[in-house]
Design a protein around this ligand. Structure first.
Ligand SMILES: Nc1ncnc2c1ncn2[C@@H]1O[C@H](COP(=O)(O)OP(=O)(O)OP(=O)(O)O)[C@@H](O)[C@H]1O
Length: 215
């Protein structure tokens, strides 16, 4: 799936970014299938805003986003749900787990939303790689932020996708866990020939990005 950004300007950020310039805002960009893109920016400059715009969680912007040549504004209802279930997976900055469900239930919900993409045992295998097997039965609310971040990463992996959006996905993890999580994500994206759009504050070596854009 191609993603195009045509002169996107978030209304609340209009004055801020116009003073300092941006590779993204108010520019024309095309993300090709399978591209791995890093969006780098300091705190408060719009990383979450961009991710939410791309996932159609907010529409307070000027310009046009195209998913496979169709303006996002025109993708609604069942078509939007199908896009999110089959084409675009996401790791939110604020994770958005159901606090009263267990870690496994949070992940399972995403796995069975559609024709299951993988076996339930995949959850066990990924949990073992990321070192969270022991908390799979625990309510998400009782898990540490680092554990919740790994739950959210596995949840994003157990559905089909051709694009993976990640908003500061490793912010609560130590270097060893980042390395394991990034390797898992890279392997999954490579297997599916999926694109990555990852936001972060600093440069990183988590992935072999095709391009880095400054927000
Ligand atoms: N609906 C809104 N109305 C007014 N201001 C907003 C709105 N949404 C976002 N902002 C402002 O836009 C700026 C960018 O917010 P955003 O959360 O996208 O930044 P960020 O780069 O993800 O920050 P961080 O790295 O701290 O998570 C902030 O100053 C925020 O207060």
């Amino acid at each position: 799936m191609h993603i195009q950004l045509q002169q996107i300007v978030p209304v609340p950020l209009k004055d801020k970014f116009s003073k300092r310039g941006s590779d993204v805002w108010n520019n024309n960009l095309q993300f090709a299938p399978g591209e791995w893109i890093k969006i780098k920016a300091p705190s408060g400059t719009g990383k979450t805003t961009l991710v939410h715009i791309l996932y159609k969680l907010r529409s307070d912007y000027e310009g046009t986003i195209l998913w496979n040549n169709t303006p996002l504004q025109q993708i609604t209802g069942d078509a939007l749900a199908a896009m999110r279930q089959q084409q675009v997976s996401i790791v939110f900055q604020d994770l958005r787990l159901f606090p009263n469900l267990t870690a496994r239930e949070n992940i399972e919900l995403n796995r069975v939303l559609q024709e299951p993409y993988c076996e339930s045992s995949t959850i066990d295998a990924m949990a073992e790689v990321l070192g969270i097997t022991h908390i799979l039965h625990q309510k998400a609310a009782l898990c540490s932020y680092g554990e919740q971040q790994r739950i959210a990463i596995i949840r994003a992996m157990v559905q089909p996708f051709s694009w993976l959006l990640m908003d500061e996905p490793f912010s609560h993890l130590d270097q060893q866990n980042i390395t394991k999580a990034a390797a898992l994500i890279a392997a999954e994206c490579t297997k599916r020939n999926a694109g990555i759009i990852l936001t972060d504050l600093e440069d990183d070596t988590f992935f072999k990005y095709h391009k880095t854009l400054y927000l």
